[in-house]
Design a protein around this ligand. Structure first.
Ligand code: GLV
Length: 320
């Protein structure tokens, strides 16, 4: 019998749908990842596997899964999957593009506003009972309105972010592997080289995927070149940033603050320096976390599994 392995608990209605076509084995927890040894044992006889970013898909997995036809990643990013190996093993990979772009941009925007207006610090101040009176510069922050914003990565998420900035009358620069003429035309964003982007922007927003080219791209030299009152937002992937360099830049006042949806080691170590800094807001990788969007992502996964099981082309293959 065909088996679909699902590595995280998803709502029954999606499981019931898949059960029309296959036997389904689902890890019954939504906040604890499937232990690696159990994952390796369970994928042995699976034809399709719905994974999350918690599962690393490498040779150990693929060599033990002779029946596997597809890895259906419940994310737009797929840096947890070795694509060269999936190609060698003839395993299709799918992701969940399009459905999460607006939601992820919105989280990035929330982080930008939260850091700029010191919302988290200010709220803690109130709850700690420290609010005594109004003060002219009490929690004085920084305007996004009419600022210069540099977006690193002008894919769908970068464009959704830029669209939101139109209401803030910002001047939007971007840097991307290739120019996005459509975005330039429709959103009025300006292409620049990376150095101009980081040195001129009041807000630097990283929306890029993790690749060999982007890994460790934001390092000591980059933070030194940023404006001293720049705010850095990362909604891409943690390893795009050299975290100790960011910590140093924040401590030395080389930049003003940071908002991070992603970090290198997730979940974050509770002793991480980020958590000791008032000018850093960290959230637990919730870029696409709205109920509607998560439903759409799971639906997209289900459709990809069904297509493969029915020998049809997948809906959203990762193009190799
Ligand atoms: C989340 O980070 C995703 O890639 O969808």
């Amino acid at each position: 019998m065909t088996k679909v392995l699902i590595t995280r608990k998803i709502p029954d209605r999606f499981v019931n749908d898949l059960e029309q076509f296959a036997e389904v084995e689902m890890w019954p927890h939504d906040l604890t990842p499937m232990p690696r040894d159990q994952f390796l044992a369970s994928i042995k006889d699976a034809t399709a596997c719905i994974t999350t970013l918690s599962e690393t898909i490498d040779e150990t997995v693929l060599s033990q899964a002779p029946h596997l036809k597809v890895i259906v990643n419940m994310a737009v990013g797929y840096d947890n999957i070795n694509l060269e190996l999936t190609r060698t093993h003839n395993v299709v990979v799918t992701n969940t593009p399009h459905v999460l772009s607006e939601t992820t941009a919105e989280l990035g925007f929330s982080l930008m506003l939260a850091v700029a207006r010191r919302i988290v610090e200010a709220e803690k101040y109130v709850k700690d009972g420290k609010w005594q009176s109004w003060g002219p510069y009490l929690f004085a922050g920084k305007d996004v309105f009419q600022s210069k914003v540099g977006i690193f990565g002008m894919g769908e998420i970068g464009q959704a972010f830029a669209r939101r900035l139109q209401g803030f009358h910002s001047d939007v620069l971007y840097h991307n592997r290739s120019r996005n003429l459509k975005a330039e035309k429709t959103l009025g964003v300006h292409y620049t080289d990376f150095d101009t982007l980081i040195s001129e922007s009041d807000f630097v927003i990283c929306t890029a995927p993790l690749t060999q080219e982007t890994e460790r791209r934001f390092n000591k030299d980059v933070f030194k070149k940023m404006k001293r009152d720049a705010i850095f937002i990362n909604i891409g992937r943690g390893p795009i940033v050299v975290e100790k360099d960011l910590v140093e830049a924040l401590k030395q006042g080389e930049i003003l603050g940071a908002g991070l949806d992603v970090v290198t080691e997730e979940p974050i170590d509770m002793n991480h320096e980020f958590l000791k800094l008032d000018n850093v807001v960290v959230v637990p990788h919730i870029g696409s976390a709205t109920v509607v969007t998560r439903n759409r992502m799971i639906q997209c996964c289900v459709e990809n599994v069904k297509a493969i099981l029915n020998d049809k082309p997948p809906k959203t293959p990762v193009e190799l």
